[in-house]
Design a protein around this ligand. Sequence first.
Ligand code: NAD
Length: 423
Amino acid sequence: MARNEFSRREFVHTAIGAGVGLGASALVGVHAQANRTVKIGLIGCGGRGQGAAQGALDAAKVMGLTVQIVAVADYFKDRAVGAGQRFGVPPERCFGGANGYKDLLQTDAEAVLMAEPPLFRPPHLEAAIAAGKHAFIEKPVAVDPPGCRRVIAAGEEAKRKGLVVISGTEMRHEWPYINTHQAVAVEGALGKLHGGRVSFCIGHMFRDRPIEPKTADDLVASWQNWLCLSGDHLVEQHVHNIDIANWFCGKPPVSAVGFGGRARRNAGDMYDFFSVDYDYGDGVHIHSMCRQVNGCWNWVGHDFVYEKGHTNGADGPAPQQSPIPADLPQGEASHIQEQIDLLYHITKGQPTDQARAVTESTATAVMGRIAAYTGQQVLWDEIMGDPNRKPELYNLTLKPTAEDFENGTVGIPQENVLPRAGS
Ligand SMILES: NC(=O)c1ccc[n+]([C@@H]2O[C@H](COP(=O)([O-])OP(=O)(O)OC[C@H]3O[C@@H](n4cnc5c(N)ncnc54)[C@H](O)[C@@H]3O)[C@@H](O)[C@H]2O)c1
């Protein structure tokens, strides 16, 4: 399938998740499912995971369905039990440990919400699809190129099995973005795209005193500070904006060059600033920057420059033709709307794969990180396309791996030792 065909279809599926206003008659299709109960399991019971579970309960109310949280799993059993108490899950269905997700997948949960650290998403999604579950996957979905390819393959397998995979790249579930994308990127209202910039520059985040981890548990408890678990903040956080760049460009970039480093952070093994130039081909470049340092200029957003004007991705002209299906319930906030998208597709029996788009955005961020860490230009083809071009990048696997956590073979990374570009 040509890239543009995929993007268009992906857009329509994503647009379904955004929702528009509609009359009561348009809800008939969904209300026909009113007696339907969707049983859901939650993997990763932290802030976002519990938010996603609550979002699913709220989405069910909008849709006139019933959602039941039937099982929860967290690396730390007490967190699973705490979430279980909140959502009415009996203690015997609250699973702990790095292998707890396997127990959850043996329950009658029909769909699984995944909000554990991104390192674990590839094996967890693979196992969920193998177990025949629909999935909601938080961003980012991996930390290295092999992990990205595993998620794309799992999405393809989901399609073959008629399963739904919805991603947590929430701006793709927001109507102003979908509206603007339709008008500008699909219908060409502003003419040709010349270039743009995307940014996630904010203040200091996460712990700043050394963590001095001794065990795997110490690493998991402070996961946002470790490259192997989070992918660095360019991947973990800025992927949101990179995803918008890929969406508006209609494809991932051809290559990346960039730099980064650490200005202030004193814990973990990640940088705290990056600046990356993404080349999308045909002369189109998007500058990506992200920083987590106090006392600096901050901006989280996008700016795309077209032949006849520019847009922040959400303020464009109205589209000529809405891509939204008539029977889609109007959503609330994006974190509820993405759950409406999940339930809509499950109850309609419409398989959909949002794994590819979020994974391509994750891989784009990984490519920028590798470019900054090494000081070299990195090609998309080297990390995602051709296994023989640069096998050291194509097969680059961060350690410890998800399987190390499951098998108890975790090596502790050196704290405050960072990649240094150049010689
Ligand atoms: N889309 C958004 O707006 C948004 C916002 C915040 C976070 N996120 C993403 O959601 C994910 C979780 O972030 P968070 O803020 O909830 O972090 P968190 O630390 O609050 O929660 C993560 C939970 O996962 C658990 N966990 C760790 N390893 C696990 C494993 N192997 N199996 C099961 N559980 C495991 C942790 O113990 C923790 O309870 C991340 O990927 C993050 O990037 C997305």
